[in-house]
Design a protein around this ligand. Structure first.
Ligand code: FE
Length: 344
């Protein structure tokens, strides 16, 4: 085991030196990104940014947990200037591990609403996604739907599809419940959902929609962009399954639907701070927001930018404005509550 760790560390160190050597070729005009986003459109936007500013963009892709681990191991030697993740919970985790630094930028505070960024400027949302209820058009009358809380009512027994509690999107949703109602009610909610599940949790968000199409369960909790991805999938089965569900934005008479962000923070180790901030400002500007959000069927964070046609066809909705940094703060409690509730 120790050998394995040692080899891993040496490998990582060599890779870091290599990357640093490559990237040091152009010391003034570059920015180095560790990113959990991997969409074609992102690469296109980075190229356009380079054309506009002369600043070269280097990207290392990986999942956020691996990238955070890597930042920790590399410490001050890390070549990364910017960490991009697909949820606020992990950005908060990176901040808690002292891997990010605060940024003051008028453009960022103007273009990113308060609740979608860290209050001290450690990270900023880049795109928005809502965690909503989708329902079987054949078996559910949307007039029966109202709030996340109401999904614990007995009428939904054996009808709810949702992925495992190890997933950060569910942890963030429960964290928002803790922030709103406190731990006791959050625990009751989680227990109520477990009692109403159509099956024990398995698969990702898309698998819940597919299960519904094959007759298992009548409603599911999913992120908006997964439905967008399925409706535009090259797989005819996915398209067919997605067309059998309706979109319902919960809690519209109350705090609004739960939203999360794909976002970014400047790393503690950054050498190219100015370039990193410039890239962030560019990504939340009007032109880039449209494309950046569209790449993954997400909503823009910049209120001056309209959502894509597909998203607009689902209607306008009110979103919960709880500061997303709270999702990170209550993450551990959320994990513990899921455990107590028996949500696998
Ligand atoms: Fe996702």
């Amino acid at each position: 085991m120790r050998n394995w760790v040692l080899h891993g560390l040496i490998g990582l160190f060599t890779l870091t030196l290599l990357a640093a050597a490559m990237w040091k070729a152009d010391p003034d005009g570059e920015v180095n990104i560790y990113s959990h986003r991997h969409y074609e459109t992102d690469a296109r936007l980075f190229e356009e940014f380079t054309q506009e500013t002369g600043i070269k963009v280097n990207v290392v892709r990986g999942n956020a947990d691996e990238l955070i681990k890597r930042l920790e191991l590399e410490g001050d030697q890390s070549p990364a200037d910017l960490l991009i993740t697909v949820d606020a919970g992990r950005l908060h985790r990176a901040r808690a591990k002292d891997l990010l630094q605060p940024i003051q930028s008028d453009l960022l505070t103007e273009r990113v609403p308060d609740h979608l960024r860290d209050p001290q400027g450690y990270w900023f949302g880049l795109t928005r996604r809502a965690r909503i209820i989708v329902y079987s058009l054949a078996r559910v009358d949307p007039a029966q739907l109202s709030t996340y809380e109401a999904l614990t009512e007995p009428e939904w027994k054996g009808r709810i599809l949702v992925r495992s509690s190890s997933n950060i999107y569910n942890q963030s949703l429960l964290a928002s419940m803790i922030a709103t109602h406190g731990e006791g009610q959050a625990l009751n909610w989680a227990r109520g959902i477990v009692a109403n599940m159509a099956r024990s949790p398995r698969g990702g968000d898309r698998d819940q929609i597919k299960a519904m199409a094959s007759g298992i369960g009548d409603i599911a909790l999913v992120n908006t962009y997964y439905l967008g991805l399925m409706l535009n999938s090259t797989d005819p089965q996915e398209r067919k399954a997605a067309r059998q569900v309706g979109v319902f934005f919960p809690n519209q008479d109350g705090r609004g639907a739960h939203v999360n962000v794909s976002g970014a923070g400047v790393t503690r180790s950054a050498d190219n701070i100015e370039n990193a901030v410039r890239l962030l400002e560019y990504l939340v500007a009007k032109d880039a927001q449209d494309l950046f959000a569209r790449a993954n069927y997400e909503y823009p964070v910049n209120p001056a930018v309209e959502a894509s046609e597909l998203l607009q066809s689902w209607g306008e909705f009110k979103s919960d404005t709880v500061n997303l940094s709270l999702l990170g703060r209550y993450n551990l409690e959320a994990v513990q509550i899921f455990d107590r509730a028996g949500w696998r």
